[in-house]
Design a protein around this ligand. Structure first.
Ligand code: SF4
Length: 284
């Protein structure tokens, strides 16, 4: 598809400067470069500002309930494992309401790509703390400062069994595009934690803050070293927010483990209705 063909009748309504605009652009660039279209790709989103992305990309899309994008995405992959399946999720959405699904989707190594639009708060509801909010940060729901410690999504993903774990900054669109492509090419559960400034409600995690404090993991970093990756996933602070691929591992995907879909996707199988015919008759 071309950029023109990916357009929908809707104009993005994110706030000017919102990191979601960069993610949207990087994702569309990746789709054009890789030939993702309605025959080979499906998108899922949860609830939050990030979820609007489904309205602005003309690809087959499904909106999950709050926090439930990953069960929908893994179900789509199980039904048709030929598809590229992307789940756009938010930090509140995925790490809060959807925390359970996050852990178990990673553990099972579903072959899906999770794009975490991480603005470190609930933005759609006007700026309350999320599980990703730093301790001490003042938000609408914690005006005296957040009394909780945040979760570290990369550490959580590695500990849960994810096999591709990375972080990107939304302002570096070319690097983000390449990372999205690499994550999709990875066989297994891939997470990209995308630092996505919310310019309206988050005055701490700003574009300027990320531009001043992020750095890329170098060639001397070994992303196959799980212990080092786990330690690196906790590094977050002044002048030391790492970007790039933290961890990768080759491991059979959940879909490869099912003999029923090893040869061909479930949707290509003829439905066996003989046993159901009598049952249907009873109710018609
Ligand atoms: Fe983006 Fe924040 Fe505006 Fe939502 S409220 S569109 S996350 S800047």
């Amino acid at each position: 598809m071309t950029q023109e063909e990916l357009k929908t009748p809707f104009t993005p309504n994110w706030c000017p400067g919102c990191g979601n605009l960069n993610i949207w652009a990087a994702f569309k660039n990746a789709a054009v470069q890789e030939g993702w279209d309605n025959t080979n790709t499906a998108l899922v989103a949860g609830i939050g500002c990030h979820g609007h992305i489904l309205n602005f990309v003309k690809l087959t899309s499904f909106e999950g309930l709050h926090g439930r994008a990953l069960p929908v995405a893994s179900g789509i992959k199980m039904a048709n494992n030929r598809l590229n399946v992307f789940a756009h999720v938010g930090d509140g959405d995925c790490l809060g309401e959807g925390g359970n699904h996050f852990v178990h989707s990673a553990r099972r190594n579903h072959d899906i790509t999770v794009l975490l639009h991480d603005n470190t708060l609930y933005a759609l509801t006007t700026g309350q703390t999320s599980p990703a909010t730093e301790r001490g940060m003042k938000t609408k729901s914690t005006p005296a400062g957040n009394p909780d410690d945040p979760v570290y999504p990369l550490a959580w993903a590695i500990a849960s069994g994810a096999t591709f774990v990375a972080r990107a900054y939304s302002g570096h669109m070319d690097k983000l595009m390449n990372l999205i492509i690499e994550a999709n090419n990875h066989k297994g559960f891939a997470l990209i934690d995308i630092l996505q400034p919310c310019v309206t409600f988050n005055k701490v995690c700003t574009h300027a803050m990320y531009q001043q404090n992020t750095y890329y993991l170098g060639d001397d970093y070994d992303p196959t070293n799980k212990k080092e990756a786990f330690m690196k996933a906790y590094e977050f602070g002044e002048k030391k927010i790492p970007l790039g691929i933290f961890y990768r591992e080759e491991k059979p995907t959940l879909e490869e483990g099912y003999v029923q879909i090893a040869e061909k996707p479930l949707i290509d199988n003829e439905p066996k209705l003989e046993g159901l015919t009598d049952l249907f008759k009873k109710y018609t």
